[in-house]
Design a protein around this ligand. Structure first.
Ligand SMILES: C[S@@+](CC[C@H](N)C(=O)[O-])C[C@H]1O[C@@H](n2cnc3c(N)ncnc32)[C@H](O)[C@@H]1O
Length: 392
């Protein structure tokens, strides 16, 4: 991920503009970690400055706001380096070729799927598309289908977006999100195929696998009748586990193949074929219509608080609910009435991070796209009680 190291940064007077980036303000924590709020092309990112060792500072994009296209962050960091007159000791932000910082129109946020996505044609989904060979091949072959590619590895995302542009492919939407949670944002009965090809086996931590009972249930809900969930794997353990989960369904149509050749081999498949490994396919075919579900919205605050009281009582802590938790990690001060609190929250096996941003006493989530999934609703209730407890 883009970052650089330096010994000193010139203090900035905020706000200050450099090229396309406006550096709005900075927030500092008791541990002397610094967040610089940077806005470019209508999006806000946090630049994190922390002490690497006694002498060196490490500057990188904060994980919470890190864009899927690394080139955008590289440009913000280059602007920050230049405006702060920093001398790099070690860096990977200056690219060898000119930076391509155009945000792709095909890269969508989960907020888009939660609030604006309309189904107008049949959808096919590829989970964990990696190099994108299979996804790009399918999208070219089926131009009438709307593809959704889900991936968490940012270089793979950037690579596929670039290929879409170069090959003029306009029927793939790319999403940087955990595929285990994605399907709850789709309406019922709109997907023809879901490909899960060579998922990470997670043999020692099976709870991290993409395939699970809840993933299979959600897949069946979003699939049209005769729609298919297709797992392809080299791992006998993953194969047996997934088949076992599918067999728990009270009624199911399941098809198994071994060493079936496809029209296109993915990067991982090539690797396993070279090693002469067996390849297993399990296909689950949906046979029923599912009832509609309500759309998932976002969570909001409607609170004005006494920020000074919150600062006086703040301490790092974790509060646990039945199957979820909230960790209040670090408080960053901007001024007497404004600051940011970094939190992580969610289900015990999977959590997300965001900030609570207090601006002149007014509280909001940052980014403002905390989705109203059941675990987040529970966490949100706890967060609001915690804030009221500290401020009253
Ligand atoms: C072993 S690679 C296979 C890539 C590709 N399907 C292939 O066959 O070459 C697994 C991919 O799944 C992605 N991945 C892992 N967990 C994921 C998740 N929860 N949601 C979305 N993608 C995930 C990884 O980043 C990785 O690119």
């Amino acid at each position: 991920m883009p970052n650089f190291q330096t010994y000193v940064l010139k203090p900035l007077t905020y706000p200050c503009q450099h090229n396309d980036t406006c550096f709005e303000c900075e927030a500092i924590s008791a541990r002397n970690n610094k967040l610089v709020v940077a806005t470019t092309k209508g999006e806000t990112y946090l630049v994190r400055v922390s002490q690497k060792d006694e002498k060196r500072l490490l500057i990188k994009g904060d994980k919470v706001t890190r864009p899927s296209q690394a080139s955008i962050l590289q440009k913000v960091l280059m602007d920050f380096r230049d405006v702060s007159e920093a001398t790099e000791i070690c860096s990977n932000i200056e690219p060898k070729r000119a930076l391509h910082v155009k945000r792709s129109p095909f890269l969508k946020s989960i907020d888009f799927f939660a609030s604006r996505f309309e189904v107008t044609q049949e959808i096919w989904i590829e989970v964990g598309f990696g190099s994108g060979r299979h996804l790009l091949h399918q999208a070219k072959k089926h131009p009438q289908i709307q593809f959704i590619g889900i991936e968490i590895h940012k270089p793979s995302i950037e690579q596929v977006l670039k290929q879409c542009e170069l090959q003029h492919i306009d029927n793939i939407l790319v999403l940087d999100y955990d595929a285990r949670l994605f399907m709850e944002f789709l309406p019922s009965n709109c997907v023809g195929k879901i490909f899960v090809h060579f998922p990470v086996p997670w043999d020692k931590k099976p709870h991290r696998r993409v395939m699970s009972q809840s993933f299979i249930d959600e897949a069946l809900r979003v699939l049209i009748p005769s729609g298919q969930l297709e797992l392809r794997t080299d791992s006998p353990l993953y194969f047996e586990f997934s088949l076992g989960e599918m067999l728990k369904l009270s009624k199911a149509s399941i098809h198994i193949k071994k060493n079936e050749a496809l029209e296109i081999t993915s990067k991982y498949e090539d690797r396993w074929l070279k090693m002469e490994k067996d390849i297993y396919d399990v296909t689950l075919v949906n046979e029923a219509f599912s009832p509609p579900i309500p759309k998932v919205g976002t969570l909001k605050f409607s609170q004005v608080i006494d920020f000074q009281k919150l600062c006086q009582s703040f301490k790092e802590e974790t509060i646990r609910g039945d199957s979820f938790f909230v960790h209040f990690e670090e408080l960053y001060l901007i001024d007497a009435t404004s600051g940011l609190i970094r939190i992580s929250f969610g289900a015990n096996e999977r959590n997300e991070k965001c900030y609570i941003w207090i601006k002149n006493g007014v509280v909001s989530y940052f980014p403002d796209t905390v989705l109203a999934t059941q675990n987040n609703i529970n966490a949100d209730k706890l967060i609001k009680e915690w804030i009221n407890g500290l401020c009253n």
